[in-house]
Design a protein around this ligand. Structure first.
Ligand SMILES: Cc1cc2nc3c(=O)[nH]c(=O)nc-3n(C[C@H](O)[C@H](O)[C@H](O)COP(=O)(O)O)c2cc1C
Length: 163
């Protein structure tokens, strides 16, 4: 959350995914034959907000080489959008820009491989023009991640907010 706030001062809506009540996708396949998901939970609010989202920013620690389970649970619920788009051939929202920021304890770039793959899939789903993966590693030994990555963070901020 600190990393997200340091990167983006102009965030309109900030969800802490651990505060959201989101049921995991259980592959019930209701969305294979309808345009709906059977769960009535906070995912409806998230999906409605994504309708006019210009820039989706997700921030997650790496757990066992993957995104946090709570963020992944939210992303898995996008399966309904996949069915809408590819099975039912109906339009879904486009998100022009997606950024994924991940932190990991190890000093090991390969920890971000799974997250990068997830981002690739989201790029296809939402037809994003611009996707950025920011991997901040070595957090087990770095005292303060924001000062350790100050230059990377400044460079990234300039790239997304050139003025
Ligand atoms: C359940 C769990 C699993 C973790 N798995 C990994 C891992 O596979 N690779 C790694 O480099 N760090 C791993 N870590 C360390 C976290 O990535 C690290 O603590 C994180 O960058 C800290 O971010 P935060 O301060 O935002 O929670 C793990 C930590 C926890 C709690």
């Amino acid at each position: 959350m600190r990393v997200a706030k340091a990167l983006f001062h102009d965030i309109d809506v900030l969800y802490h995914v651990y505060d959201l009540a989101i049921h995991p996708c259980d592959d019930c396949q209701v969305c294979h034959s309808t345009l709906h998901c059977k769960f009535d939970d906070d995912m409806r609010m998230v999906l409605s907000r994504l309708q006019d989202c210009e820039h989706l920013v997700m921030v997650s620690p790496i757990y066992f080489g993957a995104l946090s389970d709570q963020l992944l649970k939210l992303i898995n619920r996008f399966q309904m959008l996949f069915e809408t788009k590819f099975t039912h051939q109906k339009a879904i929202m486009s998100i022009p820009r997606i950024t994924l920021v991940c932190t990991c304890g190890a000093n090991d770039e390969t920890m971000f491989v799974g997250a990068q793959r997830t981002l690739d899939i989201l790029k296809t789903l939402f037809q994003a023009r611009e996707v950025t993966m920011l991997g901040l590693k070595n957090t087990d030994t770095i005292e303060d991640i924001l000062s350790a990555y100050k230059e990377d963070i400044e460079q990234y901020k300039k790239s997304v907010n050139p003025h």
